[in-house]
Design a protein around this ligand. Structure first.
Ligand code: ZN
Length: 726
């Protein structure tokens, strides 16, 4: 056994197999690997294609050399790999691919370690196409797997309670493109690709058992190449409730070539997932642009999307109704008008033929409609999908087929939405990118659009593409293709209108840096926790849907609606406020609530635009029970925001309008308010007037206030003499 460690973390590697035998959190006195038999052999697997394009998985052969290195590191060398399922030394499935991997542990008190792998392909006939590393299995933090929580970067984030159980459940097995699969080895795995379906390349597992102790484990790929990466979580299921965490890199190592990974981080911590968010942010800062969006966009509180022009092959509204539809939004104080279902044959049909539809009135009426919006204080964003080609399109045989993503066996990726099926197009196909940029530019130039919404870009599944006729140098450059597309479209639009902008469906850190906003969702019944992306990247604006859902039961529809509004408010998100027929005749109370919530959001807009979201850090309040059932009243939720030069904003949801409860709000940093004996409080509630008061800060520079008995409210807290004016 070889080991490496510091004051906080100790890692043991089996010097025969290369298996990760133990990871100890010395501060928490916890053995992270509690299921040694699940931990298995060396923590990598590689996937190769042979000369006929057949795919096969290989695992490590025995350790040929393992040793401790100077500088607190372990080095392991495997001079060959063997076909998975063929691990005996005499097996004919041996391949001359040597793998060397290393674990570095910086000395000191931090629980950090850095893992990397390099691969030499000495075969005559195999090409390595995927490397899974480090795949650490057999994990359980603390005494009981039921106490564990996994923060997972599916879209804007998930917080999965008891992941060993949840991920193996039918519920997660049915989770569409982000679902769990059961492997032949009996291991449940859930792997989503970055960048798109996964928005970031980090995960955090933590546990806070009732005995007061806490445990945390951060795992991340710190890879500045941003290559296509699978983010993988595993479990042995209810009877073997361990977790496994790992990353898959889509990289080519052709015969005679070598490849070396960027570092992967594995760090134990004190059990707060915010540590993971800060750690990832610390790494990615400087590698992506985190500058703020223009002020007038940052001040936006809502937008009105309309998908009901042509949808389901039926005409619902024509272009000449745009002025009336826009006025309906403007009456609610919404001036951002979002146009979808406008293209020939309507929503999810004939993509990517983004040309106006004759039955909706044609190009002239569409331009007139947008001109009306612009002339009446608003602006328009157009939806286009930038990922799909309708298989029934007249142009599919001549254009779509060659633009589409090809798997290793030259097959296309097909997806079905509604009655139509589509091929997924490769973002690094130059002709396709030109079509997107031309289409977007034309919408701005001919129709006066200000925004272009790129549907699916941060949302649907990223794939490898093996089509050698496209621009990419290898199969793992999906993300780089979309980065090129975003920049190409952005540059085209900015040249036409310096105030133009892009939006995308869902999120991805490398994409979000270039857009005004991300329409975030992931699956309401699946542990949605948008706080993860918001806390990691407070700069990136999220748009959340706040319409009554299409649920027949009034009580259930109301319950979801109040929850959706509360969540969007506390996150400081822009309201996605589809009006039209969304508020039915019996939804008058919901419409009243929507109007009041939007007014309150607008009053908070100037604070939110300048504030830095801190989630609930620095707040202390009684949350109340929340059993996450959609019909149960949710608990109190609140967020804290740091404003420039000292003030603090707190957004609060109190759905049961409880009175007599208090919230303690910390100053911007410890002791920041102690010199000002009194602080000024600006408070607003739903339908209430703004109130101002002065209260004493306590000796620790904090204030304790009574939570308003209002469904939604906010406090702006400012040291006296400071500036709280929005
Ligand atoms: Zn391609």
């Amino acid at each position: 056994m070889l080991s490496v460690g510091n004051e906080r973390i100790r890692i043991e590697i089996d010097d025969l197999s290369g298996g990760v035998a133990q990871i100890q959190d010395l501060a928490a006195r916890d053995d992270v690997i509690k299921y040694a038999s699940a931990a298995g052999g060396a923590p990598f697997e590689i996937v190769c294609l042979d000369g006929q394009g057949r795919r096969a998985s290989y695992v490590a052969g025995p350790v040929a050399g393992g040793r401790a290195l100077a500088g607190n590191a372990l080095y392991m060398n495997h001079d060959h790999v063997v076909r998975a399922g063929c691990e005996s030394p005499d097996c004919a499935g041996r391949a001359d691919i040597s793998c060397r991997w290393q674990v570095d542990v910086p000395t000191g008190p931090d629980g950090a370690s850095s893992w990397s792998i390099s691969i030499d392909n000495n075969t005559d006939d195999l090409t390595v196409v995927e490397v899974l590393f480090p795949m650490v299995r057999g994990i359980q933090l603390g005494p009981d797997s039921a106490d564990e929580v996994l923060v997972f970067p599916h879209h804007a984030g998930e917080k999965i309670v008891n992941p060993a159980d949840a991920i193996a459940s039918d519920r997660y097995m049915r989770f569409w493109r982000a679902g769990t699969a059961l492997g032949a080895n009996g291991v449940y795995h859930r792997e989503i690709n970055y960048c798109g379906l996964a928005s970031m390349t980090w995960m955090d597992l933590y546990a806070s058992p009732s005995d007061g102790r806490s445990f945390g484990l951060y795992m991340a790929s710190h890879d500045p190449s941003f290559v296509l990466t699978g983010v993988r979580s595993e479990t042995g299921g209810p009877n073997a409730p361990w977790c496994g965490l790992g990353f898959r890199k889509y990289v080519p190592v052709r015969r005679g070539e070598s490849w070396e990974s960027a570092p992967f981080a594995l760090e134990v911590h004190d059990g707060d997932w915010h540590f993971g968010a800060r750690r990832y942010r610390q790494w990615i800062r400087g590698r992506i642009d985190l500058s703020a969006v223009p002020e007038d966009l940052a001040m936006q509180s809502s937008m009105c999307p309309r998908y009901d022009f042509k949808n389901g092959q039926a005409v619902h509204h024509r272009y000449d109704e745009i002025p009336r539809m826009y006025e309906q939004a403007r009456a609610e104080g919404i001036t951002h008008f979002f146009i979808s279902g406008w293209n020939r044959q309507g929503f999810d049909t004939d993509y990517p033929e983004f040309v106006p539809d004759m039955e909706l009135g044609g190009a002239w009426d569409l331009a007139q409609g947008c001109e009306y919006v612009r002339d009446h204080g608003g602006f328009s964003t157009f939806y286009i999908n930038v990922r799909l080609f309708d298989l029934e399109s007249d142009f599919f045989p001549t254009l779509g087929r060659s633009w589409s993503i090809k798997n290793h066996d030259n097959s296309m990726f097909r997806e079905t939405y509604g009655p139509r099926s589509f091929a997924v197009i490769c973002p690094d196909c130059g002709k396709w990118r030109k079509w997107v940029a031309d289409t977007a530019g034309w919408m701005v130039k001919a129709f006066g659009a200000r925004g272009i919404y790129l549907d699916q870009l941060g949302s649907a599944e990223p794939f490898p593409c093996y089509d050698t006729g496209h621009a990419h140098a290898h199969h793992g450059l999906y993300n780089q293709g979309y980065l090129k597309m975003i920049r190409q479209v952005r540059d085209r639009l900015l040249a036409l209108d310096p105030s133009s902008f892009l939006m995308v469906e869902n999120c991805g850190d490398i994409y979000s840096q270039h857009v005004y906003a991300n329409l975030t969702w992931n699956g309401s019944l699946y542990d949605e926790f948008f706080n993860v992306y918001k806390y990691t990247f407070p700069e990136f604006i999220q748009v959340n849907m706040v319409n009554p859902r299409r649920i027949a039961d009034k009580a259930e529809r109301s319950s979801w609606f109040y929850r959706d509004v509360a969540r969007a408010f506390v996150l400081g998100s822009v309201f996605w406020s589809e009006l039209g027929d969304r508020f039915g005749e019996e939804d008058g109370d919901l419409l009243d609530h929507f109007r009041a919530a939007l007014r309150l959001r607008q009053h908070a807009a100037a604070y939110i635009a300048r504030g830095v979201y801190q989630d609930d850090l620095g707040l202390e309040f009684e949350r109340g029970a929340d059993d996450s059932s959609p019909t149960a009243p949710p608990a109190i939720a609140a967020s804290r925001w740091l404003l420039p030069d000292g003030p603090v904003l707190t957004l609060i949801s109190n759905p049961r309008q409880l009175s007599g409860l208090e919230i303690r709000i910390d100053g911007p940093e410890e002791g920041a308010w102690t010199d000002c004996a009194n602080v000024g409080i600006t408070c607003r509630t739903l339908c209430g007037e703004q109130t101002e008061s002065v209260v004493p800060a306590d000796g620790n520079g904090r204030v304790t206030l009574e939570i308003p008995a209002s469904g939604l409210s906010f406090f702006a807290v400012c040291p006296r003499g400071g500036e709280t004016d929005a």
